[in-house]
Design a protein around this ligand. Structure first.
Ligand code: PLP
Length: 490
């Protein structure tokens, strides 16, 4: 995401922490350093417009020679990733160039032929074409009116509410707020619930875009580790310790770990958070991608009930969902479910920025929800095969990498057993691969030894991606993780 820099500098120690061990790369150290800085600028951790530390200070932090840092800064300037300002140092910037649909700049080596593993979003299923045509037919009937409807189409809200009810959470259409995607819903909920200085609990690792949204409302993310203690005790404990009043979490195939919380965990978590006065924003983006036989949406073996079903009151939880993953990311349609009164407040907040949600998108949403079983049937088989193929390919190529194979969702969260994720993302474009560095999934410095690999591409593409990954890893040539650092993964 492009973010305008605030014109401030970053300290040498902080930048060194974000960069990780840049001495681990193959080839000249200045190139590895420049590539690692580019990754940070490209993914937004180092906002465009930030002043880099003095060369001598950064060299000392990284245990590199000053000449190496000088060369790296020169490299960044000549490639358009930084500007020198007379007497005031070097400032990073996003170079002029084409933009990806998500707004990130496409670095030159990434253009054309690249396999993009930064997005966990599958292409639209075949069934979408027929649904789009039917939505267009419904649109004809709407053209006689003025087209505005700030509350959202009743037909859509009824369907969203009916689906919650069918999953064991009785819901009235008045409790549904229509948004332009799940991320829009999360941003709106955060805007309503959190302000400057407030603490917002997040699972660590978490979905990176939400960290940016928390930043946007000037709140502070409180990362809560998931590997030592179950989420149902860890989150409430963190709420007690930090006086946080808001939590953002994913109970259905968490991004990036793929973890699914069972009924018991949901019940405990929701009760404890409510007792602490914490409102939970529960993101159900992946709920329809249950890859087990008879999954959540299958009538034969209903999965866990929505988290909100276990909360004492409807306004303890804002449940967020959308159609990006089951249908298509290009459709900007999502929703929130909460109690009637806060739902009305959210609608008023939304209406200030956007007169009403787009009608065509909502009509498509109606079709998608009516065809959910068909869409699932088309999606599940290939996704399952792709997941298993990626696990097999990575297992054969990197036998020491570890993964907890998830029952659903779109991604695998690998433990690389070596701290190289940022360096690996930096060299990957040279090998026709685009990767999201592990540290992007948390607000701190953790996850340098993790890599999220989505299984959203067809099997042959995934196999080719792993071949390219092999070449990229060889390019990094990192050593083993020292014992003491491995423990740092919080
Ligand atoms: C956990 C999670 N929430 C929300 C979103 C965004 O959803 P939407 O496209 O509906 O805005 C994503 C997209 O990847 C996601 O992974």
């Amino acid at each position: 995401m492009i973010r305008n820099g605030d014109g401030h500098g970053i300290g040498a120690a902080r930048l060194a922490g974000l960069l990780g061990d840049v001495r681990a790369g193959r080839g000249p150290a200045y190139r590895t350093l420049a590539a690692a800085v580019r990754v940070l600028v490209d993914d937004g951790r180092l906002p465009s417009g930030t002043r880099l530390p003095a060369e001598r200070a950064l060299a000392a932090e990284l245990a590199l020679s000053r000449v190496t840092v000088t060369h790296a800064y020169r490299d960044l300037r000549s490639a358009g990733w930084a500007d020198a300002r007379q007497g005031s140092g070097t400032w990073v910037r996003l170079p002029d160039g084409p933009l990806r649909p998500d707004g990130a700049w496409v670095p030159a080596p990434v253009r054309g032929g690249v396999i993009d593993l930064t997005h966990a979003a599958p292409p639209a299923p075949q069934a979408m074409s027929a649904l789009l045509r039917r939505a267009m037919e419904r649109l004809d009937a709407e053209l006689a009116g003025h087209g505005y409807g700030p509350d959202g189409l009743p037909a859509l809200r009824e369907r969203v509410a009916a689906r919650f009810t069918a999953r064991g959470l009785p819901t009235d259409p008045d409790q549904i707020v229509v948004t332009s995607g799940a991320l829009h819903a999360i941003g709106t909920a955060l805007g309503e619930l959190a302000g400057p200085g407030d603490r917002v609990l997040v699972e660590n690792p978490t979905y990176p875009a939400v960290l940016d949204l928390i930043d946007d409302v000037r709140a502070l993310p409180v990362p809560v580790a998931l590997d030592r203690e179950p989420v149902q005790t860890a989150l409430p404990r963190a709420a007690r310790q930090t006086a946080a009043r808001v939590a953002y979490l994913m109970a259905d195939f968490q991004n990036p770990t793929g973890v699914l919380l069972d009924d018991d965990a949901r019940a405990r978590l929701m009760l404890r958070l409510a007792r602490q006065g914490v409102v939970a924003i529960v993101d159900e983006t992946f709920v329809d991608l249950d890859l087990r036989d008879g999954g959540i949406a299958a009538p034969t073996a209903p999965g866990p009930r929505p988290c909100a079903a276990y909360a004492p009151r409807d306004d303890d939880v804002v449940t967020v969902g959308g159609i990006s993953k089951i249908a298509w990311g290009g459709l900007r349609l999502g929703w929130m479910r909460t109690a009637r009164e806060p739902a009305a407040r959210m609608r008023r907040r939304l209406a200030r920025a956007q007169i009403s949600p787009p009608i065509l998108e909502q009509l498509i949403g109606v079709e998608v929800l009516d065809a959910l079983d068909d869409l699932r049937a088309e999606r599940i088989g290939p996704l399952r095969a792709q997941r298993d193929r990626l696990v097999a390919e990575v297992g054969a190529e990197f036998p020491d990498w570890r993964v907890q194979v998830p029952d659903g969702g779109l991604m695998l969260w690998y433990d690389l057993r070596t701290e190289m994720s940022t360096a690996l993302s930096a060299v990957a474009p040279r090998h026709g691969l685009s990767l999201a560095p592990g540290p992007r999934f948390g607000p701190g410095r953790a996850f340098e030894d993790r890599l999220r690999l989505p299984f959203t591409h067809p099997e042959p593409v995934l196999a080719e991606a792993v071949r390219r990954l092999r070449r990229a890893v060889d390019d990094v040539g990192a050593g083993p993780v020292p014992e003491a650092r491995a423990d740092l993964v919080v």
